[in-house]
Design a protein around this ligand. Structure first.
Ligand code: NAD
Ligand code: DAU
Length: 348
């Protein structure tokens, strides 16, 4: 029996991970989430009454609260999803990204270090089993941008370009430093772009589906030829579970499904699936510092840990589009509130 602190478990990926853990194991799951604009308890309605599940509304930066949680729930595992996650918002207002993504991570690490009474020698134990582990959910964006050739491997130097990716890279560096200096048993996962149900509609795919369905312009940044490597959120969660249970301590694992697509092709696919006109496409000013291409080399996780994606993109995107069309209430609750102020400002 494990006591797992999942942070950011009310967000897009975290909520799917909470559900996966509860489906698959008898672990105690403690979900710490601040419920920012991106956190949504509706994502967790199916499991909120489970007796081995506890939700706590709070900030990963709160030293007293995090310390109390470690003691009260005897936390032996942390999976940190909590973050400010949207690149465009980080360009508008970087500070909160530094606070949550860097200082919040450091607060979790510091509390784990104290509660687990780590010594530098712990670094040489490479197995999880009955031990403790800190897993940092990071992103391929820490590697920066690729040209037309090549892929990110785990040894690609970190070269982040946005305030968001810089804050995530800083957090990764701190996790590494706690491993090297204090023996923190850790893994870092770096995944490519996720898609699937429950994604906040500020992100490309749900934003385009929502606008397309409502006959609103589809804002494509720059020439629309930027490339992202898309993975279904459930495959990402299974990969994190795999790394949590089988990943060698101290290792970084890239996660991706070899599925590179240009943004404009995704937008056109959404238009044709919903049955609207390409006249809805509106090319708008490019994102400053816009990374041209991401692509993940997933050799390490596939060969060493035996993970591989289960969704094809064709299946996953068709199901995803259908999910948003079937769950307009979920979307409407979000798009009727504060989010619209951001949207108006962003796309004015
Ligand atoms: P999200 O924005 O949907 O969810 C983030 C969650 O964190 C929200 O529930 C929010 O309320 C919570 N949160 C924010 N600040 C907090 C704080 N100070 N204390 C506690 N909770 C806080 O993000 P997501 O897309 O689910 O991403 C989750 C993680 O995965 C992030 O760390 C992100 O960097 C990483 N990631 C995302 C993707 C992607 O494509 N979405 C890809 C790779 C990695
Ligand atoms: O690569 C992993 C990252 O993927 C995660 O770490 C981030 O948390 C997540 O937000 C995502 O970042 P991106 O910047 O790649 O995702 P976003 O959905 O914002 O944009 C995807 C691409 O689409 C990007 O090239 C910008 C473009 N875009 C986006 C929006 C919102 C548009 O052309 N128009 C838009 O309106």
């Amino acid at each position: 029996m494990k006591n797992i602190l999942i942070t950011g478990g009310a967000g897009f990926i975290g909520s799917q991970f909470v559900k996966l853990m509860l489906e698959k194991y008898d672990y105690n799951i403690i979900n710490l989430d601040l419920l920012t604009y991106a956190g949504n308890l509706e994502n967790l309605k199916d499991i909120e009454d489970k007796k081995n599940y506890t939700f706590i509304k709070g900030d990963i930066c709160d030293k007293v609260l995090v310390n109390e949680i470690f003691k009260k729930y005897e936390i032996d595992t942390v999976v940190n999803f909590a973050a400010e996650s949207h690149v465009d918002r980080s360009i508008e207002n970087p500070e909160i990204f530094l606070i949550t993504n860097i200082l919040g991570t450091q607060n979790l690490l510091e509390n784990a270090k104290k509660y687990w009474k780590l010594t530098p020698e712990d670094k040489y134990s490479r197995e999880y089993k009955d031990g403790v582990k800190y897993l940092q959910v990071s992103t391929d964006e820490v590697y920066g941008a690729l040209g037309e050739e090549g892929m990110f491997t785990e040894t690609t130097p970190l070269n982040p370009n946005s305030p968001y990716s810089s804050s995530k890279a800083s957090a990764d560096m701190l996790v590494r430093a706690y491993y090297e200096t204090f023996g923190m048993p850790m893994n870092i996962t770096r995944c490519s772009n996720n898609y699937g149900p429950y994604q906040f509609p500020e992100k490309l795919i749900p934003l385009m589906i929502n606008n397309c369905e409502n006959d609103k312009p589809l804002p494509v940044y720059g020439d629309g030829m930027q490339i992202r490597d898309w993975l279904h959120v459930k495959d990402h969660c299974i990969a994190i579970d795999t790394v949590l249970h089988k990943g060698a301590i101290g290792e970084v694992y890239n996660i991706g499904g070899n599925n590179e697509k240009a943004n404009i092709d995704i937008v056109k696919l959404i238009i044709s699936t919903i049955g609207k006109s390409e006249n809805l496409i509106k090319y708008v000013k490019d994102r400053p510092g816009h990374d041209r291409r991401y692509a993940i080399d997933n050799t390490k996780i596939t060969t060493q840990l035996g993970w591989s994606p289960s969704y094809t993109f064709e299946q996953g995107i068709a199901e995803t589009i259908q999910w948003y069309l079937n769950n307009k209430n979920w979307l409407e609750k979000i798009t009727s509130g504060d989010y619209m102020k951001y949207y108006e400002k962003m796309y004015k």
